[in-house]
Design a protein around this ligand. Structure first.
Ligand code: ADP
Ligand code: MG
Length: 289
């Protein structure tokens, strides 16, 4: 399978959301990482056919997705960041309705819905009206909807927004378990959402691709530039003069800070292996939050 974005430009009026952006995907899980405004949702909405590019083309198996739209849509499951739900439907009614739109067999759909409701801890909510669901529940309903007929391409935009830490892990595990022979794209600014599960990461900002590689590769690129610095709490301000601090922990009155810096800082410190959080901060710096 091959999904390709070729030299895509997308503007909103004068704002260039994607600027000659190219990327191609085969089977695997891809983390699309970038701060707010990077262009992630624009890219995902283009891939879901919710938007059309101003320039460039998107190909699935070599064919333009817009000229083969009906056929292409059969292969994809989408969870857009800006949600449209039907407030008066119950969770189950909504999922059945979406299954009907996808022309799924009714019995198969019902079985699949049972399976997804239980995996996503929504069984108790199946007869709840969507308008009465919490943000985290709605998010899981939307994820269930994207997975209904086991699509080959799964496009998830900020899938864990509004979820608590336990639900985040459940969603991440679910995504990991789906991965065989699929193209899965997860757009997020939250590193743990894709950590461990993404076979490759694409870092994007200002509508451009900044970096692409496996997590291992991206972490190795920072070799020699990440330090674990140990200081008393009152020296934290001084550490930040030597670079970016990507994490801190306090134990027995000593603060351990992860510092990204070109040189070894003049404190009690040791070089450590970079994590994806370090990578994120390294490339996005001040934009990171
Ligand atoms: P991300 O998902 O990475 O946060 P988006 O793709 O949503 O980024 O946005 C990329 C850029 O395009 C941002 O600067 C954003 O403000 C702008 N943008 C997105 N949608 C619209 C829109 N409908 N109208 C105008 N500007 C938009
Ligand atoms: Mg977005």
């Amino acid at each position: 399978m091959k999904l390709e974005l070729k030299d895509i430009t997308k503007n909103y009026g004068k704002k260039k959301a994607l600027d000659h952006f190219s990327a191609s995907f085969s089977e695997g899980i891809y983390g699309i990482l970038g701060p707010n405004g990077a262009g992630k949702s624009t890219m995902m909405n283009l891939l879901c056919c919710l938007l059309r590019p101003d320039e460039g083309e998107i190909l699935f198996e070599g064919k333009d997705i817009h000229s083969e739209k009906k056929e292409y849509l059969r292969h994809i499951g989408c969870m857009p960041q800006v949600q449209t739900l039907y407030p008066e439907f119950t969770v189950r009614e909504f999922l059945l309705y979406m299954a009907t739109l996808r022309e799924m067999d009714r019995r198969k759909a019902s079985e699949r819905i049972d399976e997804l409701l239980s995996t996503l801890s929504l069984k108790d909510a199946e007869h709840k009206r969507i308008k009465a669901c919490s943000g985290g529940m709605k998010q899981r309903v939307l994820l269930a909807q994207a997975l209904l007929d086991d699509p080959e391409i799964i496009l998830l935009d900020e899938p864990t927004a509004g979820l608590d830490p336990k639900q985040r892990i459940a969603v991440r595990n679910l995504i990991a378990s789906l991965a065989v022979n699929k193209i899965i794209l997860i757009a997020t600014h939250i590193v743990p959402d894709i950590e461990m599960i993404a076979s490759e990461c694409l870092l994007m900002n200002h509508g451009n691709l900044i970096r692409r590689g496996t997590q291992d590769h991206l972490c190795r690129e920072l070799e020699g530039e990440v330090f674990l610095v140990k200081t008393p709490p009152d020296q934290i301000r001084e550490i930040s003069r030597y670079g970016l601090i990507s994490g801190m922990s306090l134990y027995d009155g000593i603060v351990s800070s992860r510092l990204i810096s070109k040189q070894k800082p003049p404190f009690d410190s040791e070089m450590i292996r970079a994590s994806m959080e370090d990578v994120y901060l390294y490339w996005f710096g001040e934009d990171a939050v």
